[in-house]
Design a protein around this ligand. Sequence first.
Ligand SMILES: C[S@@+](CC[C@H](N)C(=O)[O-])C[C@H]1O[C@@H](n2cnc3c(N)ncnc32)[C@H](O)[C@@H]1O
Length: 261
Amino acid sequence: MEPVAGEHYHKQMIGMLEAIWGEGFLSPGGPEEVARLVAGTDFAGKSVLDIGCGAGGIDLALVKNHGAGYVCGIDVEDTVLSHARALIAREGLGQRIGCLKVAPGPLPFPPASFDIVFSKDSIVHIPDKAALMAEVFRVLKPGGRFVASDWLIGVDGPPSPEMAAYIAAEGLDFGMASPGRYRAAMKLAGFEEIEVVSRNAWYRQQARTELDRLKGPVGAAAAKIVGQAFVEENIGIWSRMIPVLDSGEHCPTHLKGRKPD
Ligand SMILES: C[S@@+](CC[C@H](N)C(=O)[O-])C[C@H]1O[C@@H](n2cnc3c(N)ncnc32)[C@H](O)[C@@H]1O
């Protein structure tokens, strides 16, 4: 596939992230972190919207490991969606998982469409958290659950020079917000039973392992697919990320809420 202009998660990026995080995964932790995130929420037979489904690994895990009845994965980029569709077809799960291209903005679904709205490390790309949470609330059925992981910033306002350097190195369209802003957005939308749980301590350690693997055999194998220069670029990103994980300014977080009956 030719590179698509303006895409952040192009083929080379997908190849790099899969080398670090596993087939179909564009975020850390693989099926184990998905399992930790969904613990306590019953996905069996449920209709699930996955915002920012990426390359398909998450949706396969939700169906294969957690029994989701039907997952509708939405994303704004074609290349990740093609990758996801190919993985889903290979697993023979086309009847249980659909992938839809959407434009940023209001969710293209009627009110009360889903039992669960899920998202893994994608809302960071959506700057208006209040507008998004209002939309999530609208498309959930009464009693429905919001279950997400995302990359948050410790406090709102200008990032530290170290955080600014890390965000610039990523080169992605991050629109990061603090735990307080997420909580306020969920409350304003109408959610109850709101939970905001930092995953910084876990990812701070995990990222070190990832960097070691990138500098070792994983990086060498990835270089054959994505090129040595791109591996080096990513070693630079991870090296900038670890200090801002250590300072707590970069805080991966689990977010949950319930729409009242
Ligand atoms: C870090 S990746 C995570 C993908 C997947 N959830 C995973 O964990 O493997 C972020 C994804 O969000 C998508 N994205 C960015 N802006 C979006 C938006 N406004 N609506 C839906 N998806 C979006 C990107 O294209 C990308 O696939």
